[in-house]
Design a protein around this ligand. Sequence first.
Ligand SMILES: *Cc1c(COP(=O)(O)O)cnc(C)c1O
Length: 369
Amino acid sequence: MSTNWPAWLPLRGDLQPLSPYGAPQIPADALLNTNENPYPPSEELIEAITKAVASVAGTLNRYPDRDATGLRSLLAIFINELSDTKFSAENIWAANGSNEVIQSIFLAFGKGAALGFTPSYSMHPIIAQITGTKWIHGKRNPDLTFNLPEAIQEVEKHEPTLTFITTPNNPTGDCIPLADIVSLAHVVARFNGLLVVDEAYAEFSQEKSAVTLIATLPNLVVIRTMSKAFAFAGARLGYLVANSHVKDAMMLVRLPYHLSALTQAAATVAINFRSQLLSNIARLVDSREIMSKKLKALGLDAIPSSANFILFTGFAPSAPQLWQELLDRGVLIRDVGLFGYLRVTIGTETENTAFISALTEALKSGEKK
Ligand SMILES: *Cc1c(COP(=O)(O)O)cnc(C)c1O
């Protein structure tokens, strides 16, 4: 992408140096780059979605339910089942992927700076930038784990309106303990900031969800998605769980009828199939542990992960070099731009085996050169 924009194009100056978000979408035998669930919907689910979409198709001349009330009520039931909470649709906001939820958060609350602890989800600073919010990169430990005392220091120093944490964190895979979240939320509350907890991978982790804290900590916002554990990335459905005032603010900045009738219908069916859709989690967690052992057996250093991916290091070639060597062997993983590290998503057994053999080969061919 060129950053040499023509002079006649009145593009905002702060956007001119940027390039579009670009996880490469390249065909490969094993797609292990965007943390999707590798297991496709069952025949039964495909049929149910098809039926639901067909029944909505006859009313597509009309706008959808603007507030997606039915879907939001179902999401509340789902979260209450998982976390033993008492939320209703009033505590839920849904949008086209959690990225849209994040964008709405910035549109509504980005009046001061936003702070996150790098490396973490790359879209948090990108969405800050495109919505005109100043982003501050807080630090993690040299081994990339979260450092609570340092985090508190940074929050106290900058007093950001929005503080972001991701748990399990992407790309490192580690969890931030609930007690640390409580501590941070209290610090942030002193200057009326919001603590935004991105739990895109919560279903893969043993850690209790931060949604259990919202009843006592109204300045805590938890973001969830159906894109990862829920195996529904293609449908685009993300949501937040928060105090009802946060949801009310989301309604100010949302575009009218943002969630299509088709999306609402498909997502409703998927949530009703939740036990089936989430039944692959244990399988993916087992595969993750096997993958981690195999990486270690290759002499690599794999960060312990509570999600459906592993960040690893300790290889001799550069990360872009090894990434290319793997792609040449039909395996697409992710170069997250961290020096010396690559991230691999847990796929099907076939994909995982293909990855380990491609990696074994690539490391051997590197030795010979
Ligand atoms: C994948 C991911 C998301 C989400 O995406 P959507 O598909 O837009 O719901 C959000 N946060 C993190 C940390 C992620 O890794």
